[in-house]
Design a protein around this ligand. Structure first.
Ligand code: SF4
Length: 462
C-alpha cells in the first residue's frame, strides 16, 4: 500500500488527478462488480469522469479512498444560502478557464439595499427582477441589506421589513457588531450570511456566525495572506459557509486579487482559498452604468456573488445575459424544449412547420413565422441541440424521430390537415417522412427568412 500512496503522491505533486488508467492501477482488478459496474476498468473510467466515488469500491484501501475523495472535491467549495425554493448554490467550481470544462453555479446577482433608502425604493429592490432569454428565466437571486447609516434603528427596521416581504436569500452587512447581533436573530431561519469579518471584529463575528450557523464574508483588508489567516480562523470556529471579499483599493487590485485567489484554489490546490468570491462593484463608482460595467468584469473574473446597488432592469439585462453566456456549458449547444409551439392565434387550418431544438434555430424560425403575420404551429424535434444541417449530417434527425414527435405532441388532434413543412435542408428525407407519418411533406425554404414568400407561393394557394 505504501507504493500506492507514493504513486498517488506523484499525481498530487503535479496537481493532477489520475486518468482512467491511473485509477485502474490502484484497483484490485478482480472485476467482482460490487461497485455497480461489471469491471474494474469500467469503474476506473467512471472515477476519471467524476461520476463515481472511490468509496463505491469496498476493496480499495481506506486511506486511498479518502485521498481520492478529497482530491475530487471541487477546488472552490460549494456553498448554499437561503432556504426552500429560493435557495441558491454558489461556488462548486473546478476549473480556471471555462473552456477546460464548464463553470458550474452561475454568479448570484445580489441587489444591495441601503437602510438610508426610501420605503418605496426598498420595496422595489426587494422584488426579484428578470427576463426570459433562450427559454431560460434570468433573474436576480438575492439581496444584501446594508447598514449605510451606521445607526441601529433604521437597519433593524430594514431587516424586519425584509423578513416580512420576501424569501430571497439574504446577506446582512454592518460595521457594528451589536447591530449585527440583533439583526441576525431576525433572519436566522433564512440561512443568511453576515459580514464583513475583518481582522478587528473577527472574534465576535465568527462567534456570532458559529452560534447562528450563518455564512460569513471575510474581508481581504491587507491582502490575500490576511484573507487566508481569516479563513483558517473561521474554519477553526466550525464555520463552513465562507465567502471571500477580495476588495482592494481600486478595481484593478480587486480583480487581480480575485484572479489570484481562483488561481491558487484551482491550479495550486490551495484549500484555504478554495471558497466562493463575493464582490462589491459599487465600492468603485456611484454611476449606475459604470457600476454595471464593473459588475460585468467581476462576474467574469471570478465572483460567485456580485452585489449591485441598482435593480433597474435596463441596467441589469446586460449583466444577466453576460452571466448566461459565461455559465452555459461550452460543450453543449443551448437547447429549447422539444415540443409543439403555437405562434400567433392558431386554428386547425394553420400551417405546421418543423425544426430542431437548437435555440438559435428555434428563435430564428419562430420569429420569421411571427413576422409572416400568418399564425402557425412549430414542431420542435429533439436533435440534442444541433441545427438542421448538423442534425441531418450526424443522423440526429430522421423520419422515425419526426413521426415520434408528431405522436408525442398529439399534433393530429390540433389540425384538420395533414401537411408538414420541413426545412429545405431536409428535402432528402421527404419521402421517408411521408412513408412513416402518412403526412404530406412540403419542402420549405432553406432559409427561414423566406417563410413569408413560401407561404404566399405554396401554402395559401394549396
Ligand atoms: S468493486 Fe472494486 S474490485 Fe470490484 S469491480 Fe468494482 S472496482 Fe473492481
Amino acid at each position: 500500500m505504501l507504493s500506492q500512496s507514493r504513486y498517488l503522491d506523484n499525481y498530487w505533486r503535479c496537481n493532477n488527478l489520475p486518468n482512467a488508467l491511473g485509477y485502474y492501477k490502484l484497483l484490485p482488478k478482480t472485476n467482482c462488480g460490487e461497485c455497480g459496474v461489471p469491471t474494474c476498468l469500467a469503474f476506473a473510467m467512471r472515477l476519471a469522469a467524476n461520476s463515481a466515488k472511490a468509496s463505491d469500491c469496498p476493496y480499495l484501501d481506506k486511506e486511498i479512498q479518502h485521498q481520492l475523495n478529497e482530491q475530487s472535491l471541487p477546488a472552490v467549495k460549494e456553498i448554499c444560502l437561503g432556504k426552500g425554493k429560493q435557495e441558491i448554490q454558489v461556488g462548486g467550481e473546478t476549473v480556471f478557464y471555462r473552456h477546460e470544462k464548464k463553470f458550474n453555479n452561475p454568479t448570484a446577482i445580489c441587489i444591495g439595499i441601503s437602510d438610508q433608502e426610501s420605503r418605496t425604493t426598498i420595496d422595489h429592490k426587494l422584488q426579484q427582477q428578470g427576463i426570459e432569454r433562450l427559454a431560460e428565466q434570468l433573474t436576480t437571486n438575492m439581496v444584501a441589506l446594508i447598514n449605510d447609516s451606521g445607526k441601529k434603528e433604521p437597519f433593524i427596521e430594514l431587516v424586519k421589513h425584509y423578513s416580512t416581504q420576501t424569501v430571497l436569500p439574504v446577506i446582512i452587512l454592518s460595521e457594528n457588531v451589536e447591530t449585527l447581533k440583533e439583526a441576525v436573530t431576525l433572519v436566522q431561519d433564512t440561512n443568511p450570511a453576515i459580514g464583513l469579518v475583518t481582522d478587528k471584529n473577527k472574534e465576535e463575528l465568527l462567534e456570532l456566525a458559529s452560534q447562528y450557523s450563518c455564512g460569513v464574508i471575510l474581508s481581504a483588508g491587507n491582502g490575500i495572506e490576511q484573507l487566508g489567516q481569516l479563513v483558517k480562523k473561521a474554519e477553526n470556529a466550525g464555520i463552513s459557509k465562507i465567502l471571500l471579499d477580495c476588495s482592494g483599493t481600486d478595481i484593478f487590485t480587486t480583480i487581480s486579487n480575485q484572479v489570484m485567489v481562483r488561481w491558487k484554489a484551482v491550479k495550486e490546490k490551495n484549500r484555504t482559498l478554495g471558497y466562493p468570491i463575493i464582490s462589491f462593484p459599487g465600492n468603485y463608482t456611484k454611476n449606475p452604468s459604470e457600476e454595471m460595467l464593473v459588475a460585468g468584469l467581476m462576474l467574469g473574473k471570478y465572483s460567485s456573488i456580485v452585489v449591485t446597488r441598482n435593480n433597474e432592469l435596463n441596467l441589469l439585462v446586460p449583466l444577466l445575459v453576460l452571466r448566461q453566456n459565461i455559465y452555459t456549458d461550452p460543450q453543449k449547444p443551448i437547447q429549447v424544449t422539444p415540443q409543439l409551439y403555437s405562434i400567433g392565434k392558431v386554428t386547425e387550418d394553420s400551417p405546421v412547420y418543423m425544426t430542431t431544438n437548437f435555440s438559435l434555430t428555434y428563435f430564428t424560425v419562430s420569429m420569421d413565422i411571427e413576422s409572416s403575420n400568418y399564425p402557425g404551429y412549430l414542431l420542435v424535434v429533439d436533435t440534442e441541440g444541433t441545427s438542421v444541417l448538423t442534425a441531418f449530417a450526424a443522423d440526429k434527425i430522421n423520419a422515425e424521430k419526426i413521426a415520434q414527435a408528431i405522436d408525442d405532441t398529439k399534433l393530429e388532434s390540433k389540425v384538420a390537415h395533414r401537411k408538414l413543412i420541413i426545412p429545405g435542408y431536409l428535402s432528402p428525407l421527404s419521402s421517408k417522412i411521408e412513408e412513416k407519418t402518412q403526412w404530406e411533406v412540403l419542402v420549405g425554404p432553406t432559409d427561414s427568412a423566406e417563410i413569408s414568400f413560401f407561404l404566399k407561393k405554396q401554402w395559401r394557394n394549396n
